[in-house]
Design a protein around this ligand. Structure first.
Ligand code: PBG
Length: 324
């Protein structure tokens, strides 16, 4: 095909033609909204680096869940801010913990929305690491039990899916076993499989009060320079029983999303993380970019790269834009 016989512009002339040859179509069904639950009543603490997002008491959070559902968003992922932290993250696996209460409340108010829970200890430990600390190191195997307990307590509260984000080795298997042994063999696991040690999580750590108090997460989260290792992580999680695998963050890792898409046939999620959201919001507030267009272009790019679903703080805005 050569010019002038082939003129690509012929098929770009009208909006109807462009719609006909469009390859990637974003839908509200592709979106998952993250929400932050905190104790109290009528609490709506703005998260300064994430305009439009709040730490929400449960009464407020259920309202947002209803808004998301009405906008066509099929799923939420819940994060909790406990009243109290300790060195073993006890509040993460209490049956009356903040996430467990939020799950039950959302279930009661918006029964059909899919409730996913983030399974990790970092919001619940006083040291801010995703696992228990032994001799100054993050102890892998000692953490597995606590993660399994956490997932199980979420399941008992009524969660529809659990999503381990800790990056301990073997956690998908540990959670799968705990769920199966306790009557939750139907509960799917969305594994944060290729989760990188990323500075793009900065705003989230402010939102969730989960920054590590010493060191960093490099001994458990992945080195941003690696992509073959992402394939190994994903294959391991699949072997351990993951139902959905995830690449996180999304934008700086579109090549990893594409690579995983080509290599495995499980549903693939990508997390459009807090820093990716904040940058767009900041650019828009400065008047430097068109927020709605950049948002839609970004989400479409993540889907085009190969993601089947996108966890994004833009979920409600994007769903509303799509519904016109
Ligand atoms: C908890 C967790 C993090 C995110 C999701 N789950 C933070 C981290 O690993 O430090 C990041 C989400 C975001 O930045 O939007 N382990």
């Amino acid at each position: 095909m050569f010019f002038p016989e082939y003129r690509p512009r012929r098929l770009r002339r009208t909006e109807a033609l462009r719609r006909m040859i469009r390859e990637t179509v974003l839908r509200p069904d592709d979106l998952i909204l993250p929400l932050f639950a905190i104790g109290g009543r009528n609490v709506r603490n703005p998260i300064p680096s994430m305009p439009g997002h709040y730490q929400l008491s449960i009464d407020q959070l259920t309202g947002l869940a209803a808004e998301a559902w009405d906008a066509g968003v099929p799923a939420l992922i819940l994060f909790g801010l406990p009243d109290r932290k300790d060195d073993r993250g006890t509040e993460a696996y209490r049956d009356d913990g903040i996430v467990q209460q939020a799950v039950a409340a959302v279930k009661a108010r918006v029964p059909d929305i899919t409730i996913i829970t983030d399974v990790c200890l970092c919001q619940y430990t006083d040291h801010g690491h995703c696992g228990v600390v032994e001799n100054g190191e993050i102890a892998n195997d000692a953490t597995l039990e606590l993660l399994a307990e956490t997932a199980l307590s979420h399941a008992r509260a009524g969660a529809d899916m659990v999503a381990p984000s800790d990056m301990m080795d073997g956690r998908v298997a540990a959670i799968r076993r705990a769920l199966d042994d306790n009557g939750f063999s139907q509960l799917p696991i969305m594994a944060y499989s290729a989760k990188y040690c990323s500075a793009f999580y900065g705003p989230f750590r402010q939102a969730a009060d989960s920054a590590p108090q010493f060191g960093d997460r490099r001994t458990y989260q992945m080195d941003p320079a690696n992509s073959l290792e992402a394939v190994r992580e994903v294959e391991l999680d699949i072997a351990e029983g993951a139902d959905i695998v995830m690449v996180k963050p999304a934008l700086a890792y579109l090549d990893v999303i594409r690579r995983i898409r080509e290599q495995v046939d499980l549903p693939l999620a990508a997390y459009n993380v807090s820093g990716e959201y904040s940058l767009i919001k900041a650019g828009a507030q400065l008047g430097w970019i068109d927020e709605t267009r950049v948002m839609m272009e970004t989400l479409t790019a993540i889907k085009r790269a190969g993601a089947d679903m996108i966890l994004t703080y833009f979920a409600i805005e994007a769903a509303r834009t799509l519904q016109g």
